[in-house]
Design a protein around this ligand. Structure first.
Ligand SMILES: [Zn+2]
Length: 389
């Protein structure tokens, strides 16, 4: 790969012919059309999020004469360049000189480029940027791009995959799942964590359809011209969750719905009964892990481990242990009630407190609560064997 340092290109040159696509959230072209600002494998523009702090900082740096860092172009041929690194900063410049956002002046007043004094405008336009032009094969450039990751917000996994496997498939995927204007995003957000701009819906869609083998899947389909399977699978998962669980709870966001769909979508559920059970479990103060409620119900309300039911506190355990042990010693039998039923040496064994665990006499799932009357101490072996039935 060859690199050439350029120090004479100005903000004015870069912003010549700047186009910003609001729908895709991308800066498209600059340098009078010679420069592609956000090639396929680049992420969406994210400097405008978080109140635009980052894009404002770019302009303030320029106004103060601070450098805005190195920019890398990929030279495709004599007439065409694309931005390899620096697209967020360049898009900030382009958006500012086309009056897409304002900065604050010395008096704290909002100031758009169009309303600035001519000398300030000139200062911005005449600022020279430090740019490396790189030339190499596609794989060299991408390998390097994967390695640098030097800008303020590092690429996440999906952004890297999009870069490495750029092509029609990823482009179609992004148009569906990384488009913040897509009306379905609100519905998806009930079950999937993240934002469209950071590719998190796209990542989940790939994750679900590929059963976790995202890289393999994208590389296999890299040159496909449709995303039917990806879309259908993702929508099937979302439709399934929303039809089984008719109430939307905040704990549903970010659960492994793809795995749960694979495991349970062939079972029939009665949504009204499911909803009543969800409400009942949400109201149960003994359940520590509400996120586990959904898988617990899908699995037939058996695996109470998923709920992390609160155990008895230390004081309760000590009290019950002392009572049980005193009685057992008087009778000359084990302080584990289940050991006394056996025929081996443990029949008369007095276990220490550390060798015993608290057990719900009446299981939590059958209405047993956490008060002292429902607590008995069992040796660890018997407690494990009994489980939380
Ligand atoms: Zn025992």
């Amino acid at each position: 790969m060859q690199t050439t340092l350029k120090t004479t290109i100005t903000v004015n040159d870069i912003c010549e012919g700047f186009v910003y696509n609001e729908l895709e959230g991308k800066g498209l072209f600059g340098l009078s059309g010679k420069l592609t600002i956000q090639p396929e494998y680049q992420r969406n523009y994210i400097y405008a999020s978080d109140g635009g702090k980052k894009e404002i900082a770019v302009i303030e740096s320029i106004l103060k004469g601070y450098p805005i860092g190195l920019i890398y172009f990929n030279k495709i041929n004599e007439g065409n360049l694309e931005v390899l690194d620096g697209q967020q900063r360049i898009t900030s410049l382009g958006r500012f000189v086309t009056d897409k956002f304002a900065v604050k002046d010395a008096n704290g007043m909002e100031q758009y480029y169009g309303g600035m004094a001519k000398d300030k405008q000139a200062k911005i336009l005449e600022t020279k940027l430090t740019i490396y032009e790189c030339e190499g094969t596609e794989s060299e450039i991408k390998e390097w791009f994967k390695t640098i990751n030097i800008v303020g917000v590092p690429l996440n996994n999906q952004e890297l995959l999009n870069a490495v496997y750029s092509g029609p498939f990823v482009t179609l995927g992004k148009a569906e799942f990384s488009n913040s204007q897509n009306a379905n995003i609100q519905k998806w957000s009930a079950y999937v964590k993240g934002s469209a701009n950071r590719q998190e819906f796209l990542e989940r869609a790939f994750d679900w359809v590929s059963k976790g083998n995202i890289g393999d899947y994208i590389s296999r389909h890299r040159y496909d011209d449709n995303i039917k399977e990806l879309k259908t699978y993702f929508n099937s998962v979302i439709d399934w969750v929303s039809s089984v669980f008719t109430d939307v709870e905040s704990e549903m966001r970010g659960l492994e719905w793809g795995r749960l769909y694979e495991e349970y979508h062939k079972k029939a559920y009665n949504p009204a009964k499911v909803s009543a059970e969800v409400q009942m479990l949400y109201a149960d103060p003994y359940i520590k892990n509400r996120k586990g409620i959904f898988e617990y119900i899908l699995g037939g309300s058996i695996d109470t481990k998923l709920l992390e039911v609160r155990v008895f506190d230390e004081a309760t355990k000590k009290t019950v242990y002392a009572e049980q042990t005193a009685k057992a010693e008087k009778k000359g039998e084990s302080n584990c009630p289940l050991c006394t039923l056996g025929h081996d040496a443990n029949k008369a064994k007095i276990w220490s407190l550390n060798d015993m665990d608290a057990d719900h006499v009446s299981a939590w799932s059958k209405g047993g609560k956490g008060d002292i009357k429902n607590c008995q101490m069992l040796c660890k072996t018997h407690n494990r064997a009994k489980g939380n039935r």
